[in-house]
Design a binder for this molecule. Structure first.
Ligand SMILES: *Cc1c(COP(=O)(O)O)cnc(C)c1O
Length: 426
């Protein structure tokens, strides 16, 4: 029987089935040290947040210094340097006129804020646009709006009656050797054009995880698709919302997926990598056009939203330190795609693997087993149970096995991860 701490309710855990959680004593770069002294490589940056590795001394120092100076202050009618500097530095790296930063606490709230802004934008302009277009397989978080916008699954089933309607389009995921993607993209774009043509002034926005759907199974799409989406969005005057909560901060091999795809969304949600995995903080960045629709003395046009810890100064200081490390680590996060490709090439004929794919720092393969594809595929549990003995922290999404290492990972360490995976597959 698993032994859970009697006072803790763990997330995403089937209580009667899951193994006893592994206790971690400390972290050091790529490594996590267990209670019994063993060390494992964190191959997934601990739920995709820890982009520079664990317990980075520069991050720890920045956080300690800020804690001694100003730990928290109300962020309405008051402001502070760390928030202002972080907003400047992030918007400098974002495409187009994404210039207005709204702070919140996690990916789900950053998405909620983006959806509320898009919805109210039309209201402020005298239009009632009540629907969103989203993508099959999407994951945008666990709050109600974010759940509504995501794929309906066992995660959301119980709450179905409380979720609002959105229209879903297929996500044109692709893999190495896929021949059908351009055709599938065109079908989706045609369907989108029809929807927008038949129902003008109905849709507040189109929301997508650009280039990679994360929790949906590391499903990757092409830059071309995002460019087509952008073009349609401009033609039909809707809003394009990029949920870059996971793809932001180097993950796709460029600072942002939007930058790699050379697309300028109207709203962008950022969270996971923002503080290098040290503190919970997120931002929603709006274009000048969006902001101007709220720039009024009319209370009904105001964006009434905020959280107690909005723009927490220690979180912002962590964000600033992480931005500094992003510059230092740029060679690694731009180079890692090539490393992954070299490694995946060796696995191309592996009898148990299919749909090999890479984008930036993320590589994924699907394990061909009898089970159904999807999050509850039993192969995931077997890997979760055995990976620690192989010296790896892995967390497959159903039968999708992926690597998302921090940017302190060396070429040799990446090879070791692939070696470990080969052992596990035996
Ligand atoms: C993780 C994730 C979220 C939710 O972020 P939380 O911080 O877990 O609330 C939203 N969108 C995407 C694409 C994510 O990967």
């Amino acid at each position: 029987m698993p032994e859970f701490h009697r006072n803790i309710w763990y997330p995403f855990t089937i209580l009667k089935e899951a193994p006893t959680p592994v206790k971690i004593e400390r972290g050091d770069g790529l490594w996590l040290e267990l209670e019994d002294g063993r060390r494992i490589m964190d191959c997934i940056s601990s739920w995709w947040v820890n982009i520079h590795g664990h317990a980075h001394p520069k991050m720890a120092k920045a956080i300690a210094e800020q804690a001694e100076k100003l730990e928290q202050v109300i962020f309405a009618n008051f402001t502070h340097d760390p928030a202002e500097q972080l907003a400047e530095q992030v918007t400098e790296q974002l495409p187009g006129d994404l210039n207005r930063v709204f702070f919140s606490d996690d990916g789900s709230t950053a998405v909620e804020v983006a959806m509320k802004m898009a919805y109210q934008y039309w209201h402020n302009r005298g239009q009632e646009r009540k629907k969103f277009i989203c993508f099959e397989g999407a994951y945008h978080g666990d709050t109600f709006g974010a759940m509504s916008a995501g794929e309906r699954s066992v995660f959301t089933e119980v709450f179905d009656d409380l979720l609002f309607d959105v229209d879903f389009l297929p996500y044109p995921d692709t893999w190495i050797g896929d021949q059908t993607v351009a055709e599938r993209e065109d079908e989706i774009i045609t369907r989108l054009e029809q929807m927008l043509d038949e129902h003008p002034e109905t849709y507040a926005g189109i929301m997508i995880e650009p280039l990679i759907q994360g929790a949906g199974g590391m499903r990757m799409c092409r830059e071309d698709f995002l460019q087509k989406l952008h073009w349609v969005n401009r033609q039909f005057d809707t809003l394009l919302i990029f949920d870059e909560v996971m793809t932001g901060f180097g993950r796709t091999g460029d600072w942002f997926a939007s930058r790699r795809a050379q697309v300028e969304p109207d709203l962008i949600a950022l969270a996971k990598g923002l503080t290098g995995g040290f503190l919970p903080l997120s931002i929603t960045v709006a274009s000048d056009k969006i902001f101007e629709a709220f720039n009024s003395s009319d209370p009904i046009k105001t964006f009434w939203h905020g959280h107690s810890y909005t723009a927490n100064p220690i979180g912002c200081a962590a964000g600033l330190a992480s931005m500094q490390l992003m510059h230092e680590n740029e060679p690694t996060f731009t180079e890692m795609e090539r490393w992954h490709k070299e490694e995946l090439h060796q696995l191309r004929d592996h009898p148990k693997l299919k749909k090999h794919r890479v984008k930036g720092t993320i590589a994924a393969v699907e394990i061909d087993n009898e089970g159904e594809d999807g999050y509850l595929n039993p192969v995931a549990n077997r890997i979760k149970e055995n990976c620690v003995d192989e010296g790896l922290l892995l967390r497959p999404l159903g039968n999708v096995l992926y690597l998302m290492p921090p940017y302190c990972t060396t070429r040799e360490q990446l090879s070791e991860m692939y070696e470990g995976i080969k052992q596990l597959l035996e």
